[in-house]
Design a protein around this ligand. Structure first.
Ligand code: NI
Length: 193
């Protein structure tokens, strides 16, 4: 397994609509493994393939999936740690219910958070790491995580949700941060197809 570089805004790969996975093979499984390793190393709760330079509809989340449900319980202290991993390929949201507001952050938009309105409960249809279809429900914070990561697959980040003025100020701040070498990655390698 390898820790991959994380692409940050305004890198163009984050704006692309990612392509569906046609064949879930060893290459895809390796990418899933590397994405999980990268997510844990960065203390992220979710990571989408475009964030590591692969424009493909793949995401991982450090949240549990139990009996077709991904819902927070009081025992979930290990969220964001290696205790939990949900792998999702070619996800589609086939049902939505309710709304909630959540203050979201993103590994590709460092030092920034934004309140976003999301569906409170969703049903996702996807493929697992063996290429088999499965469905699950996600609720609350975990539903937010999956919706955030699926946004990445559609080329949408928190950066795109900022006003033009906010975006300009943020880029300025980011540039300054990078000059100080503050934990960001200004020049990731060119994406692999
Ligand atoms: Ni993100």
């Amino acid at each position: 397994m390898a820790i991959l570089p994380i692409y940050e805004v305004p890198h163009p790969i984050l704006k692309q609509v990612a392509k569906p996975v046609v064949s879930v093979d060893d290459r895809v499984r390796r990418l899933l493994d590397d994405m999980a390793e990268t997510m844990y190393a960065a203390n992220g709760v979710g990571l989408a393939a475009p964030q590591v330079g692969a424009s493909e509809r793949i995401l991982v989340a450090a949240v549990p999936l139990r009996g077709g449900w991904s819902e927070e319980t009081e025992e979930d202290e290990e969220v964001g740690t290696k205790a939990f991993l949900t792998e999702v390929i070619n996800p589609e949201i086939i049902e939505r219910e309710g709304t909630l507001l959540y203050d979201e952050g993103c590994l590709s938009v460092p030092e920034f958070s934004l309140e976003v309105e999301r569906s409170e409960r969703i049903v996702i249809r996807a493929l697992d790491r063996h290429g088999d279809p499965f469905e699950f429900q996600a609720r609350g914070f975990y539903a937010v995580v999956f919706q955030h990561e699926i946004d990445h697959l559609d080329g949408v980040t928190l950066y795109d949700r900022m006003s033009a003025l906010k975006r300009a100020l943020y880029l300025k701040k980011l540039k300054k941060m990078r000059k100080n070498g503050a934990g960001s990655n200004p020049n990731p390698p060119e994406p692999t197809p």
